[in-house]
Every structure is written in C-alpha cells, then in structure tokens.
Design a protein around this ligand. Structure first.
Ligand code: PHE
Length: 354
C-alpha cells in the first residue's frame, strides 16, 4: 500500500506540473485528496491491513496529503503572481511613480486656468442653489437660433458666424445642423426640461467661424446663466453679476453697464470690466478702448420663454453669457486668448499644480 500511495503522489506531481489554470488545479486536488479522492480510496483498504502496516501507512498518507496541499497552495500563489505581473505589464497606469515630483516641474500635473476659474464659479453658483447643466456641441437651428427669437431672416444671425453641417439625410443642400455659436442653446434645453421657478448655469465650449486675434478664437468658452421665476428683476441680475466678479477677483474691479442688443433679451446689457491687462490704458486685448466686454446679459424675452414652454404672463427671468476665457485672461493677466488653447506646457504649468 505504501508503494501504491507513492505511485499516487508521483501521478499527482506529474499532472500538476502541466496545469496553469486555478480551477483545474483545485479539481486535481480534490481528485487526489478529496473525500472521495484516490488517497481515501487507498485508505479504505486499511481495514484489511495488519496493525504494523497501519502504523506505517497512516503517517505516510498524511505526509502525502500535506505535500499535495502545500504544492497546490504554492502553485496557486505562483499563478496569481504571474497574473498580476501580466496585468501590470499591460496596464498604462504606472503605479510605481513616486510622489516626489516637484511642484511646477514639467512632470507635475496641473489644472488649466480655465478649469480653476470654472470650478470656482460653479461652487459659487451651487452655493446659491443653481443647477449646472450641459448641452451638445452639435446643435440644430431651433436651439441655436429660432427658440432664441432669431428667425432665419433675422440679421442677428450674421452677428455670429456659424460653422454649418450638411444634414446627410436632407434631400437638398439644406444646412440644418451647426456647431453651437453660444451656450444660450442650453437656456432652451434647460427651460424645456424643468418647471419654474428654476435657476442654472451652463459652462461650455462654443464655435464661431471668425478670424483669430489676441481676443478672438474660433473655439472658446462661455458660461451661461439663467434664472426664471415670478417677479425677477434687473436688480436680481445685477446682484448675481456683482457676486461673481467679487468672488473671482477678490477685489473691487471697475465695471460699466451699457445697453446691448441680443434678440433673446429685452432689455439687454453689456457689462464691461476695466481692462486688467493695461489698467484701462489700451492694449491688444481690449482693442485699445480700456474696457473688455465680459458679461452680456438681460431680461429673458417673452418669445424665448414661450419657446421654452413657459407661461410668459406669469414668469420672467434673466440670462447672461459670461465670456469664460476672457474672465480667465483678466484674472491671470493673460494677454492673448490663443495661449489658452495652445497646449504649451510652458503656459499650462504656470498655474496651480496638484
Ligand atoms: N449668447 C450671447 C452671445 O454669445 C450672450 C448672451 C447670453 C447675451 C445671455 C444675453 C444673454 O453673444
């Protein structure tokens, strides 16, 4: 019987060597040392053995069981280690990177200045009970123009040079889809998805087919805001405008409010800020006028409320379209909007790193 046990152990050694799968190894283990395994089978015939033989066979069987258990455990650990190594080798995350990267060094991660300002503004508005909404970059004429009181023959369409898409399903060469020219599209989506009273902001990228210069980019960022309810007035609007500027600049900045025309607001205003790049003396960012248009705004036009499914007799509201990139420029004294999109690390790493 001793030989029989040794033979079984040899068989086990031979079989286990070729296995690489954890389940197969566990199966093999129970095939050999399980309750109905080969060893147990052998031990069943112990009853026919002499007491001498029993004394020798019992410990031998135990040794073999222990050996098999140890071998299985070692094998499983090895397989696990190999799997982890393979995963690490194919993973793109290098978890071995040490944390001794110096702040501001080329290896240190950091936030884009726009992200920093956007998060700050979002926090301010969240604390005042505003929601934060998002909307698609590719829009239709309805959301970008019609619902905002800009019908197709309206000259205001020319105010915003538009990138158009050709609708692949249209029979003719109709230009139906476009890259949104302003985040005001989200006013429409916001109104249609909620019931007044409500208030939200909507940061996002917008696109205009324009020539670029120090203060103009084809791809830039705005932050829309809208508040709709009963008895909303211009003083609410001014309060919120002042709050943002005070929180962002942490100092008094000179502003001026002048009438501005946008078909979706009535009355409409332009809120300008004294240029912080040149202190109002004139530079390429403010086009030598000393003031920068930062916050176009106004009281929502009744036609826009109607297009948003809102009873314009009962409710009114204000909206604004903050020039996010311009605000970032004013805050950090950046003299050319094109730096923001440049992806140049010498620019990006000047701001807060983490
Ligand atoms: N959507 C306007 C623009 O991009 C800005 C604006 C928004 C004006 C909301 C008034 C109210 O020029």
């Amino acid at each position: 019987m001793i030989e029989k046990l040794e033979e079984i152990f040899a068989q086990f050694e031979q079989k286990v060597g070729g296995l690489t799968n954890q389940a197969d190894i566990l199966n093999l283990k129970s095939e050999f040392i399980g309750k109905k395994g080969l060893i147990s089978e052998v031990l069943k015939s112990l009853k026919d053995a002499t007491p001498e033989q029993r004394k020798a066979i019992g410990p031998k069987a135990n040794d073999i069981k222990n050996n098999i258990t140890d071998m299985v455990a070692a094998k499983l650990t090895a397989i696990e280690a190999q799997e982890i190594n393979e995963k690490l080798a194919s993973s793109r995350i290098d978890i071995s990177l040490t944390d001794d990267v110096k702040e501001g060094s080329s290896l240190g991660g950091g936030f884009h200045p726009r992200t920093l300002i956007q998060r700050e503004i979002e926090d301010i508005f969240l604390s005042m009970g505003f929601d934060i909404l998002d909307g698609p970059h590719i829009e239709d004429e309805f959301h970008n123009f019609e619902a905002l009181n800009i019908p197709s023959d309206h000259p205001a369409r020319d105010m915003q040079d538009t990138f158009w898409f050709h609708d692949p399903n249209a029979q003719s060469d109709e230009k139906k889809f476009l890259l949104r020219t302003h985040t005001s599209t989200i006013q429409v989506r916001g109104m249609r998805s909620r019931k007044p009273p409500f208030k939200f902001i909507a940061p996002g990228t917008v696109f205009r087919c324009e020539r670029t210069d120090a203060s103009h980019e084809m791809v830039f960022n705005q932050l829309e805001g809208m508040m709709v309810g009963e008895d909303i007035s211009v003083s609410h609007l001014i309060y919120f405008m002042k709050t943002i500027l005070k929180e962002i600049f942490k100092k008094d900045v000179e502003v001026r409010l002048r009438p501005g025309f946008f078909p979706f607001v009535e009355p409409g205003f332009e809120l300008d800020i004294k240029c912080l790049i040149c202190s109002g003396n004139g530079c390429s960012v403010c086009k030598q006028v000393g003031w920068v248009e930062l916050l176009p705004c106004g009281m929502v036009h009744p036609n826009v409320l109607k297009a948003g499914g809102i009873d314009s007799e009962k409710y009114n509201g204000f909206a604004f379209g903050l020039g996010l990139d311009r605000l970032v420029m004013m805050k950090y004294g950046i003299d050319d909007i094109r730096h923001l999109q440049s992806g140049d690390l010498r620019f990006n790493t000047q701001f807060k790193t983490f």
